[in-house]
Design a protein around this ligand. Structure first.
Ligand code: IPE
Ligand code: IPE
Ligand code: MG
Length: 261
């Protein structure tokens, strides 16, 4: 990433709201299911891995745009717990791309004030990948710009099960009463405990499902599905998804001026 391409919200003072979006209604947390890399490649007669490579470029563009628009937290679904079922060669390519992304981009992300967080299962990952994830989090932990949450080896059901297991252990050890296992307790034991729930979840490629992404945290998220395959995603598509979000009326189970009498 060149200097000129750095996210503009690098330092908190540098936040540059988009020219075309009104700042107050910009979602604080946008989560993206980056889908359609394989179809993008197939449509061009290219190997699937080429779609994944181009997907990394789309990711760089998107991180930059998110900062410029004034989004505070962006979560990206980069590898699901179920993606291990793909051919070993493709899994290997995806692991290689993550390694390269962290090695090539971490310094620039840090310089531009991005705080990297990783959610998902760490157990069972190759040792060097585990170390890179820790390095990315450690290096950037005090940054105050955009928070980039990388959902890697992530499955929402697995995350909820891990939280339930921790609660059960605490109960078994007498540190927690069964009646104190509440929504707040479970939420506080999730990988995302310290992060706000996503306001907006975008899925690319036209698929309309969550595929085990943020099932707990998405309880009141607005969902926007765009036909664009991930390698073609850019600021214009992000802004149009945000505009669609801005048309929605979030009610959280209550009444608003429109729905109340
Ligand atoms: C998203 O693109 C990347 C990952 C899931 C890792 P896909 O690889 O799922 O692409 P399609 O859905 O097969 O087109
Ligand atoms: C979801 O996409 C996972 C990621 C984007 C990392 P998939 O392509 O794996 O989802 P399905 O299999 O179409 O539901
Ligand atoms: Mg897919």
């Amino acid at each position: 990433m060149s200097e000129a391409e750095l996210p503009q919200n690098a330092k908190s003072s540098g936040v540059k709201p988009s020219d075309t979006l009104s700042t107050p209604a910009v979602p604080r947390h946008v989560a993206i299911i980056m889908d359609g890399n394989g179809r993008w490649a197939a449509a061009r007669g290219l190997p699937r891995v080429e779609g994944h490579r181009r997907g990394v470029e789309a990711l760089r563009r998107t991180i930059r745009a998110a900062g410029e628009i004034g989004i505070k937290v962006i979560t990206i679904f980069s590898f699901s717990s179920e993606n291990w079922s793909r051919p070993a060669a493709e899994v290997g390519e995806l692991m290689g791309l993550l390694r390269r992304f962290i090695r090539n981009d971490l310094a620039e992300l840090h310089k531009s004030g991005v705080r990297v967080r990783v959610i998902g299962e760490r157990e069972g990952l190759e040792a060097d990948i585990g170390r890179l994830l820790i390095e990315a989090e450690e290096l950037t932990k005090d940054n105050t710009g955009l928070t980039l949450v990388v959902a890697f080896n992530y499955g929402a059901r697995q995350e909820i099960a891990r939280a339930a297991r921790r609660a059960a252990e605490a109960v078994a050890q007498g540190r927690l009463k069964p009646e104190d296992v509440t929504v707040e307790t479970i939420g506080g034991l999730l990988d995302s405990a310290d992060l706000p729930d996503p306001d907006l979840i975008i899925r690319t490629s036209g698929e309309q499902r969550l595929s085990n992404f943020l099932l707990w945290q998405s309880a009141y998220s607005e969902l926007v599905f765009v036909p664009t395959n991930w390698p073609d995603f850019d600021r214009a598509v992000l802004e149009s998804a945000i505009r669609e979000y801005q048309q929605r009326e979030r009610r959280f189970g209550g009444l608003t001026a429109k729905t109340g009498s």
